[in-house]
Write a protein of this length. Structure first.
Length: 481
């Protein structure tokens, strides 16, 4: 890359000046304090308390206790040296039943968080909706109801009024596709439906929610404050000529179904008709609202998917049938590394998604709003957490970002997922994604080796060469509050 010169480390490559470094979390995954200060119940409270939904029956009732420890979390961010923090706001803390009177105590928590971030020179990046719908709205039909989209916009307006002068960037909705797919098709996430008709309606209404929330934020915020959406497109790779059509179909069903309406104002014609919202639900003007210009696209990237032909009656290790496509399987090529989630590690997938979105959005700024991996982290007898897999993952994916930048893609920032180990949805606390290890017994946050590695990159603005040179852990644990 013909970028600016480096500070002299041999082979290090430099990120552009102004590249925004950050880390992210979401409300239900870290806050806990589910019954405090007037917070209403969300669909994740109800879902996680339903037997058989979350591994080992865990819930977000306490999580990382961030509601009481925001100072600790901000101290971690300051130690990393990042310029920005991506967090989400719990709708039911601010509007306990999803609409109506504002719960001032709930808003005060976010005000305090935002002030603490600002005091440390860290830009607050707020997500309006990261999956925790107020249960009261689910009881009225949830995302299958059009009203929910309008209520999201009203809630966004409340946030813009209360926090608009302090939050530096907004994303409306996090990964609408996962809400639809896991929440309404598979039932593996809240609200746990398995109903294609509801899913098709939810797809349209959550995207409409994005469009209406975008309008509401724009109406209330100063023009300089960027607003975007976080999408999670992932490559579908066909192995063998015969799998190409299936891969294209999966791309339409899982990626284009959200990307196309937002970027082009259309639903993909070749997506499975059962997944597409019926025309009757799409009112005049909806697609114009959904495709109104955003200031940036947030990209959440973790892994690619591989498909090939396979025998459903004699599946091999790592193969799963592709629903509706008899004779085809998704599989994990054994020669490729995977994480403890069973997710393939493939930085080229990030490069591919960045270049594709660059092309399709005609050069909009892209922020990687999530990227990271779970690993079997543990504190060793010396007190260190030696998460070399995560160091390698970060190195590989930032290398992909540098390649995309070199090819002219406007990648404006990177937010590592996650700042902290947290409640990983249906996996509960069994999956650790953090740069900081959370000892759930004491709630102490301990920097992993990856935290030191990432802090080095953030501070120097450079990716070290080849095998990452990992410094000895220079970061001290954040004291208990
Ligand atoms: C993403 C979610 C995020 C986190 C990561 C691992 O899909 O947006 O909350 O759970 O996966």
């Amino acid at each position: 890359m013909n970028g600016p010169t480096t500070n002299g480390a041999p082979g290090a490559r430099r990120f552009p000046d102004g590249f925004l470094w950050g880390a992210g979390t979401s409300a239900y995954q870290i806050e806990g304090a589910v019954n405090e200060d007037g917070r209403g119940r969300s669909i994740w409270d109800v879902f996680s308390h339903t037997p058989g939904t979350v591994r080992t029956g865990e819930t977000g009732d306490i999580a990382c206790d961030s509601y009481h420890r925001l100072g600790d979390d901000v101290a971690c961010l300051a130690e990393l040296g990042v310029g920005a923090y991506r967090f989400s706001i719990a709708w039911s803390r601010v509007l306990p039943s999803g609409r109506g009177p504002v719960n001032q105590a709930g808003l005060d928590y976010y005000r305090a968080l935002v002030d603490e971030l600002r005091a440390h020179g860290i830009v607050p990046v707020a997500t309006v909706y990261h999956w925790d719908l107020p249960q009261a709205l689910e009881d009225e039909g949830g995302w299958a109801s059009r009203d929910t989209a309008e209520l999201l916009a009203q809630y966004a307006a409340v946030l813009a009024d209360a926090l608009g002068d302090r939050v530096g960037m907004w994303t409306t909705v996090n990964e609408p596709q996962q809400t639809v797919h896991q929440g309404y098709r598979l039932g593996t996430h809240a609200p746990g439906h398995r109903d294609l008709r509801l899913a098709a309606a939810a797809a349209h209404h959550i995207l409409l929610g994005h469009g209406l929330a975008l309008q509401a934020l724009r109406a209330a915020l100063p023009a300089r404050v960027p607003v975007g959406i976080a999408l999670d497109p992932h490559p579908y790779r066909a192995v063998g000529e015969d799998a190409k059509l299936v891969a294209t179909q999966l791309d339409a069903d899982q990626n284009r179904i959200c990307v196309d309406p937002v970027l082009h104002g259309t639903y993909p014609a070749h997506a499975n008709p059962e997944l597409l919202p019926p025309d009757a639900l799409i009112h005049e003007g909806d697609l114009t609202a959904i495709s109104a210009p955003v200031d940036f696209i947030g990209v959440n990237y973790y892994r690619p998917h591989y498909v090939r032909s396979g025998d459903w009656s004699n599946l091999r290790l790592g193969e799963t049938p592709v629903p509706d496509h008899p004779g085809f399987v998704e599989y994990l090529p054994p020669e490729r590394p995977q994480t403890v989630m069973g997710w393939l590690v493939e930085p080229d997938g990030l490069y591919e998604i960045l270049t594709r979105l660059h092309r399709e959005s005609r050069g909009l700024p892209l922020y990687i709003t999530e990227n990271g991996c779970a690993a079997e982290d543990y504190v060793n007898p010396d007190g260190d957490i030696n998460d070399v897999e995560r160091v390698d993952y970060i190195h590989g994916h930032l290398d992909a970002v540098l390649r995309a930048l070199a090819d002219g893609v406007d990648v404006a920032g990177y937010f590592h997922w996650s700042l902290l180990d947290n409640f990983e949805w249906a996996w509960g606390y069994r999956r650790r994604f953090g740069l900081y290890y959370v000892d759930y017994g004491t709630q102490r946050r301990l920097p992993k080796r990856s935290a030191a590695f990432y802090a080095g990159i953030v501070r120097s603005g450079e990716l070290p060469a080849l095998d990452p040179v990992v410094p000895e852990l220079p970061l001290a644990p954040v004291a208990e509050s």
